[in-house]
Design a protein around this ligand. Structure first.
Ligand code: C2O
Ligand code: CU
Length: 479
């Protein structure tokens, strides 16, 4: 776990993050009737995209409503009734990632609903109380469906936000393509059991590189989403001042990108950030890139067009209003991320050089497609119809503090459904206090999160889609 010192002042700082007073939470009230302010149908279906260039071959992708990275914008406070229509030739479901909502609309078969069969529908009723940058995707055969592009963006706008001179939404996703435009296998054992199976065709909004513009001296809001299945990215900005103003949609006290370790924000699949970039008054361009790869992937360039008088300092978003966990009273839990083999061997209490331990390791590696575990439990796609017992049983309205320890050699972006949790800190000291729905836990690292439990059955999993499908997934029952 983390040292006590790392948490000194975390309680006070949570206050500074602007969470609402704990006393207002956890009071049982009859749910208000759901009165939709907005209704829409999201239809999943095939879409051909030319990802290898305008004159290149077409790739048989999937999309919502025939629109790559289908974008929905609604105001904070909206009550969205979204009907999912499955136009694929396989079962599917729709999950709104990061939205706090009644459990029955979470879209996780078989836990919260049955699979939506081809031609079937499912109606989701979503209260959009938290402003921010969210997204949605299927919650079954994730590598196959999200891997083919079935991902959309939900932006909940806050009328109180400062006025930016420009705003852009950037979806980062790589594709596993053969030269003829067809898909290469979206998962391979060697990837699934390690860092994941990477796509080599890198895109931003489906293009190799995005050309955007903004006034010289102007303030730009960039909503950047890592919607890739696999890749962890180090997002950096060159040529202009930049501040991190929200993580997973939730405002934080602006952090200058240059003040973060290596001047980047490390972002795993499913994580989002809002950046405030100030264009140089000189009219020079600004470049955005992933600096993790040995050769930097520059995914967008902002070119000056027109000019405006530069302002000073960052434009902070209004503080997030989220349930604030009570750290003093919180129940502490701890879950370790492991290779499934290690967990199984540990469970048997065998020394790793025991012949039975070795046989177990071998059997896991030969096609069993279970490579990972959380808290010594593996729940892989092949076994999803049989539910493992919950990782924890929790009480509605009670605060929980969870230490997530990564004992594997790979980073894991860990996501909890239906909540925004406070990220209290990391044993490596690299994370500012912030709210999130997904947190990247590096090899050998322990990260502490805390939240107020909401009623329902909520999955807790790695968002490297192959890891989730091969065991790194569990769930909490909150009653
Ligand atoms: Cu975005 Cu369970 O996932
Ligand atoms: Cu993982």
């Amino acid at each position: 776990g983390l040292s006590r010192r790392a948490f000194l002042g975390a309680g006070a700082a949570l206050g500074a993050l602007g969470a609402i007073a704990p006393s207002r939470l956890g009071q049982a009230r009859a749910p208000a009737p759901f009165l939709p302010t907005d209704r829409l149908t999201l239809a999943a279906g095939p879409l051909d995209m030319r990802l290898l260039g305008p004159d290149g071959p077409a790739t048989p992708c999937y999309a919502y409503d025939g629109e790559p990275f289908r974008l929905i914008r609604l105001p904070r406070g909206a009550r969205l009734e979204a009907t999912y229509a499955n136009g694929l030739h396989e079962g599917s479901s729709l999950h709104f990632h990061g939205i706090r909502m009644p459990n029955e609309f979470d879209g996780v078969p078989p836990l919260t609903q049955p699979l939506v069969e081809p031609g079937g529908r499912f109606v989701h009723q979503l209260p959009l109380d938290d402003p921010g940058t969210f997204f949605f995707h299927p919650h079954c055969d994730e590598t196959g469906q999200a891997g083919r592009g079935l991902v959309g963006v939900l932006i909940v706008e806050d009328p109180r936000d400062p006025r930016f001179d420009a705003e852009h939404v950037l979806c980062l996703k790589d594709w596993r393509l053969a030269e003829d435009g067809s898909f290469l296998p979206l998962t391979e054992a060697d990837g699934a059991s390690k860092a994941g199976t990477y796509g080599a065709t890198r895109t931003c909004n489906g293009q190799p590189r995005l050309a955007l513009d903004a006034p010289a001296g102007g303030d730009v809001r960039l909503r950047i989403l890592n919607v890739d299945s696999t890749r962890v990215m180090d997002i950096g900005v060159e040529g202009g001042e930049a501040w991190l103003i929200a993580v997973d949609g939730h405002a934080l006290k602006p952090v200058k990108l240059d003040d973060l370790p290596d001047g980047i924000w490390r972002m795993g699949p499913a994580q989002r950030i809002d950046l405030h970039v100030r264009m140089p008054a000189s009219g020079a361009p600004v470049t955005l890139g992933d600096y993790r790869a040995s050769d930097v992937y520059a995914f967008a360039t902002l070119t000056a067009r027109g000019r405006t008088k530069p302002r000073k300092g960052p434009l902070a978003l209004p503080p997030a209003t989220l349930p604030a966990p009570e750290l003093k009273k919180a129940e502490a839990l701890s879950f370790t991320l492991q290779q499934a083999t290690d967990a199984a061997v540990q469970e048997l209490g065998l020394p790793p050089d025991d012949p039975l331990a070795k046989a177990l390791v071998a059997s896991f590696c030969v096609g069993a497609a279970t490579y990972w575990s959380i808290g010594q439990v593996s729940w892989s796609a092949g076994t999803r119809l049989g539910l493992p017992p919950p990782l924890a049983r929790m009480e509605v309205g009670k605060s929980y503090r969870i230490t997530i320890k990564n004992e594997t050699r790979f980073p894991h972006p860990i996501h909890l459904h239906g909540h925004a949790f406070a990220v209290l800190g990391s044993s490596k000291g690299r994370l500012p206090l912030h709210f999130a729905d997904t947190v990247l836990v590096q090899p050998g690292e322990a990260v502490d999160i805390a939240f107020v439990a909401a009623p329902g059955d909520w999955v807790f999993h790695c968002h490297i889609l192959e890891h989730m499908e091969t065991g790194m997934m569990g769930w909490f029952r909150v009653v």
